[in-house]
Design a protein around this ligand. Structure first.
Ligand SMILES: *Cc1c(COP(=O)(O)O)cnc(C)c1O
Length: 409
């Protein structure tokens, strides 16, 4: 495997090929010569200067691991936006229309993440277009301020986004509990798409909201792929739906989407910058996030998802083949149901033959050269390839093989 640095040097010695061939090899994004031509090599190794170690991401779209990498056309949009001024509300207006059209929902806005989409969306539901109420939050006097949340199977911190408005959350598990919880104070019905531990189906919650005239919200932050999820839940009847920008869609990690009803999204925007006397003033996105998010969505709905899935599967197969060559090592292919719904590999071994714990193996992979982040746990190592560049999968397979091989007596 030719090192990245040597490759950059070699390619930059070729006057014509250097630009685009290099970019394609390094980014692995077959997105056409124009975008790739602008994906310049790294002239400064900023992270190294700072004493940071970049790593190969064999885990997935993890917030603490900096999310995803923006593809070249999204980087282009980001860079373009840095060079110009534009009115912030005007670009949100236009991007909202374009994103809604690409996804096939009524309206959209770019937020500073799925978390802020939850806060702003609920604030919009609570205050409508009343500017006085907007300024009043997080004081909820005189407002409907209870949100009924379908109980997740385990505590999920993200619902804190709803409390930022001053609202109170009521968790329900059964139909009866839901019925009993609905009152004059009910502002919204809410479900975490990936973590519904109640007996109430998502379809039912959307229908109950419609019937009772109570807005419904579905947090789908990490729930593409499949791409269809981008429109599935607004089609199902949810008034508001949130997605993260920097997970599967591969927009900026500092962005997210609030999708759904125009009147509610317009109301949500009253709480967002540039307006100041609001609970959402700290949830700023600038022209860069807005434009890059729009371009990321338009790209994502148009890529060949089937071909991409096939590549991920064959990469997983490759990792399985390489690591299974170590005696005592077994692998299992799996795809999580919702959230991080991508081909993944669970690697386990017979501790009598491979004398290392999964946590120790994970630590060795982190500390090695190059550093590799897996979804290491106490029971097994897990790997997903969707956030890797092509070529990195070979390195990861070989490193895991070597770490496990060295541990065999
Ligand atoms: C990641 C995530 C969030 C937060 O999304 P951000 O885009 O990081 O704000 C909220 N809910 C769920 C279920 C998530 O997975």
């Amino acid at each position: 495997m030719i090192s990245r640095r040597r490759l950059v040097r070699y390619l930059s010695s070729l006057p014509f090929l250097g630009g685009w061939a290099g970019a394609n090899l390094l980014t692995g994004d077959a997105s056409g010569a124009t975008a790739a031509a602008r994906a310049a090599p790294d002239y400064r190794n900023y992270f190294q200067e700072m004493g940071l170690r970049p790593f190969i991401n064999a885990h997935g779209t993890i917030t603490a691991l900096s999310g995803s990498r923006m593809p070249p056309e999204v980087q282009d949009a980001w860079n373009y936006a840095t060079r110009h001024y534009v009115n912030l509300d005007a670009i949100q207006d236009k991007a909202g229309e374009r994103i809604a059209k690409a996804i096939g929902c009524e309206y959209a806005t770019v937020t500073s993440g799925a978390f802020s989409a939850m806060t702003l969306g609920l604030a919009g539901v609570m205050c409508g277009m009343d500017e006085e109420k907007v300024r009043q939050l997080p004081n909820t006097d005189g407002l409907k301020d209870e949100v009924i949340v379908l109980k997740p199977p385990h505590p999920v911190g993200y619902v804190h986004a709803l409390k930022n408005t001053g609202a109170t959350l009521i968790e329900v598990e059964t139909h009866q509990e839901l019925e009993d919880a609905i009152s004059e104070k009910t502002a919204m019905l809410f479900v975490l798409n990936a973590y519904n531990g109640s007996e109430i189906e998502r379809e039912e919650l959307a229908a109950i909201g419609k019937e009772r005239g109570i807005p419904t919200f579905n947090d789908c932050a990490a729930d593409v792929p499949p791409v269809e999820n981008l429109w599935k839940y607004t089609d199902m009847g949810y008034d508001l739906v949130a997605f993260s920008g920097g997970k599967g869609i591969r927009g900026p990690q500092s962005a997210g989407l609030l999708l759904g009803r125009r009147d509610l999204i317009e109301a949500a925007r009253l709480h967002a910058p540039p307006r100041g006397a609001t609970i959402g003033r700290g949830m700023k996105v600038n022209k860069e996030e807005v434009l890059a998010m729009m371009v990321a969505v338009e790209r994502y709905v148009n890529i060949d998802h089937e071909a991409q899935w096939g590549r991920w599967e064959s990469q997983i197969q490759h990792v399985a083949d390489v690591v299974e060559a170590v005696p005592g090592v077994e692998t299992e292919y799996y795809v999580p149901d919702i959230a991080n719904h991508v081909p993944s590999l669970r690697i386990t071994w017979d501790p009598e033959r491979v004398k290392i714990t999964p946590s120790e193996a994970d630590a060795q992979l982190k500390q090695g050269h190059p550093s590799i982040e897996t979804g290491g746990g106490s029971e097994d190592l897990s790997v997903a390839t969707w956030m890797m560049r092509p070529g990195e999968v070979n390195i990861v397979a070989q490193r895991i093989h070597d770490v496990l091989q060295e541990a065999t007596a």
